[in-house]
Each structure stands twice: as C-alpha cells, then as structure tokens.
Ligand binder design. Structure first.
Ligand SMILES: [Mn+2]
Length: 430
C-alpha cells in the first residue's frame, strides 16, 4: 500500500483531534471457525485504514507532536513456534519502514509504554470492543486515575470514541480507495455475467453461488459479504443466504453478491430469469424497479441528501405499484400511510467502502464528491400476500449498482453490468 496515502490519512486524523489528545487502536483478533481452525483473517477497518497492516496482535498509538503524527506500533517479531507453523513475517524494522511508523516496540511492552505516552494528555480516543484485553487495561487505568492514587502519571480524563472521527474521514474516498472499489466491482461484474450465462432450470442456487466464488477466487479476491442467491420467492427474504433450493423454470433468481479487494467492498444485485426469458408479470415488476433505480441515480449529485433520494425512489415505486393495481389506494395515501412498505421495506442504499455497509451518518449529510454509495431499490411480493392476485405472488426484484459522487454529478461504477431487460436476457442466453 502507498505510504503517502497512509501519511495523508494520519495527518487528516490528527488535524481532527484536539490538542493534548491521543488515540489507541487495536488490530482485530483472530477468529475461529471450530476449536483451533481459523476463519480467514479480516483486519478491523479503522485499524487497516490508519496502519495499512492486516495482521492480528497489534496495537497502535497516534498523537500529534508539533502538528506531525507520531505513530507508534506494538508488535512482536515472529516467534520460533510461529516460524514453524505459519512461516516468517517481516520483522519490526521492515514493518517500520514499509508502513511509516515513528517507532515500533514489542507488543508485550505496550502497557508500560502506553502509560508514559498518555501521561499528561487530556483526551483519549479509543475503539472499544475490538480487543477486550486492551479495553480492560484502559478501564483499570481510568479507575486508578480517578481514585487519584500515588502514581507518577496521569491518565486522560475524557474518553472519546475514535469512530466519531474515522467515520468522517472514511466517508470521502481517495483516488486509491476509488480504484480499489472499482477493481472489486470489475471482478463482481464478471461473476454476475457468468452466473447469468450458467443459469438454467433444475440447477441449485449454490451452484450459481459456486460460479461466483470461482471468479472471485480466481482473481485473488473473496466475498465482501455472504452471497444471496434466491430463486423464486426466496428473493423476497432480504438476507437469504441458505442458497440451497432448486431453481425453477419460469422463476426469477436474485443474486446479491460482490467481491472485496484489499479490504474494499463492492456490492451488486441483479435479478434475472432462471430460463433466460422474463414472463409478463416479472417484466412489469422489473421495469418499475429499474425505472425507480435509474431515476434515483439521475437525481444523485453533490448537495443532495439520502432522504431526498429515498423519497424520489419511494415515489416512483409507489406509482408503479398503484399502476399495476398491486396497491389499491391513492398516491397520497400510499405515501402518507407508507403502504409501499409492504413491497419496498428497506432503504434505497448505503455508504460503501472498507465495510460493505460503510461508516458514516445518514441524517444531515449532503453528498460530496468522493463519496461512494449503493442504489438498490426493490419490490418483493410476499408469496402469502392475499391482497394481490395470485400471478404476482412470490416475485422479488432488486437492482443494485455502486455509484461514485463526482463534481459533475455521479459515475456508476458498475455500469458495465447490463440491467435493461433485453440486455439481461441476452447475457442469460450467451
Ligand atoms: Mn447493498
């Protein structure tokens, strides 16, 4: 990872920290699938953002000294045991150079050294819940210091969540971050195209999931989140991840799956006919969702808020539902009584970045160039909905693209994955 990129982030962080303050961060713990079998390691997103290192058992301390970030890492060199089982890692000296730390000390010394760094500071920024040992240490010190005992250091009085700063920093993506997301999107698009091509009645949902994972892995990426492959009415279960049913002729299949690249997520949903041809009802629902999605995207530019985009999307979905007689009420009532929520019950989109549902406020934030979001309206008709005629029941459609806010308006990152009905059909029949 680019050292200048890391430096810029650290300078931005300290510029938002008040004078006489210090931040302490911990890497994510290893996570186990069963007994001693590890899940793939995933670094804590804030830690990755500020240090660039994807390793467990690290603590990082950041404070400013004459407006320059002082960034100290606690890390152990590879032990003899680790060398045998996991192989040798870069040593602390190499890590110091590679990631631009001011100092690197042994992990085992962090308690004593942290006490000397924090002494005399007024505020401490921490992210609790990442490393319980570090949390306990800080709790103990806070308690000791409030009891005013005979120590030769003073512990900061104000404990503030680091998240209050990082969520602001991470909201605006750098050129590097945008490239990471775009590369993840490219691979995700390939995966969706392959799934469309491979789909046929009688296959199982997990078989399409496997085609998708194959493309991710083949490109040295992995899932940004558990893939959703929902055939027929399974598309109406918003977080359906069982993916174990047979795909039926004349059903749609909804695939919400995307790759993560160097920690950066993409997030794409397409809905297509299992047999390659939309039927009449599916077409009508699909076109309402597509129209709403395209309208929302057109509306997105700097200065606009999430609430405005959502309202625009809800209006379009509601009009469509009324026109198809799926809701038998006036437009005013559908909006006022939120009747559309029987069919479109989630928000229009979310921030996208190191976390697939990335950090950042949703209220009182206007879009700015460099922000990356998803736009993903849907219509889901419950298979048990007795208020609509039978032909509609169990249809679920969502269309999701990733969008970068630009000076001029926006850029759809996932534009290369077709979504017009005839284009989707032709991808299915390739
Ligand atoms: Mn999404």
């Amino acid at each position: 990872m680019d050292l200048n990129e890391l430096k810029t982030r650290r300078i931005a962080l300290i510029s938002m920290m008040p004078n006489n303050s210090i931040a302490i961060l911990s890497s994510a713990n290893k996570n186990y699938r069963t007994r001693d079998v590890e899940n793939p390691y995933r670094q804590n997103s804030d830690f990755l953002y500020l240090t660039g290192i994807s390793e467990p058992n690290l603590i990082c301390v950041i404070f400013k000294e004459e407006n320059i970030p002082n960034i100290i890492l606690f890390r152990n060199n590879t032990s003899a045991h680790e060398k045998v089982w996991e192989g040798e890692r870069s040593d602390n000296k190499q890590v110091k150079e590679l990631y631009g730390f001011t100092q690197v000390h042994n992990y085992d010394d962090y308690e004593d050294r942290i006490l000397s760094f924090v002494s005399g500071q007024d505020s401490l920024f921490i992210e609790s819940g990442v490393n319980s040992e570090l949390d306990d240490f800080i709790k103990k010190q806070t308690k000791n210091s409030s009891q005013n005992n005979r120590r030769n250091y003073s512990f900061p009085k104000n404990i503030i969540t680091l998240h209050s700063i990082t969520q602001k920093l991470r909201l605006i993506k750098s050129e590097y971050e945008i490239k990471m997301i775009k590369d993840a999107a490219k691979v995700s698009i390939k995966a969706h195209k392959l799934a469309m091509k491979k789909s046929k009645p009688g296959m199982y949902e997990y078989e399409l999931d496997a085609e998708i994972k194959y493309i991710f892995n083949k490109n040295n990426m992995h899932m940004a989140y558990m893939s959703i492959v929902g055939g027929g009415k399974n598309a109406c279960t918003l977080h359906y991840v069982k993916n174990n049913c047979k795909l039926k002729d004349n059903d749609l299949v909804l695939i919400d799956a995307a790759a993560e690249n160097q920690g950066y997520a993409s997030d794409i949903t397409r809905t297509f006919p299992v047999n390659g041809k939309f039927n009449e009802e599916q077409s009508l629902i699909y076109d309402v969702v597509l129209k709403a999605q395209e309208k929302a995207i057109k509306f997105i530019k700097p200065g606009v808020t999430w609430n405005e985009v959502h309202k625009e999307t809800v209006n379009e979905i509601s009009r469509g539902l009324i026109e198809l007689n799926l809701i038998k009420d006036s437009f005013e009532n559908v909006i006022k009584k939120e009747l559309y929520k029987d069919f479109f019950m989630h928000k229009t989109g979310h921030w996208l970045g190191l976390d697939v549902h990335d950090v950042g406020e949703y209220e009182n934030v206007c879009f700015q160039p460099g922000m990356v979001i998803t736009v993903e309206p849907g219509i889901y008709i419950d298979s048990a909905n007795k208020n609509v005629s039978e032909k509609w029941r169990g249809i679920g459609v969502r269309i999701e693209d990733d969008v970068l806010i630009t000076n001029k308006g926006n850029e759809v990152i996932t534009l290369d994955l077709a979504k017009k009905r005839n284009e989707v059909e032709s991808l299915c029949n390739k």
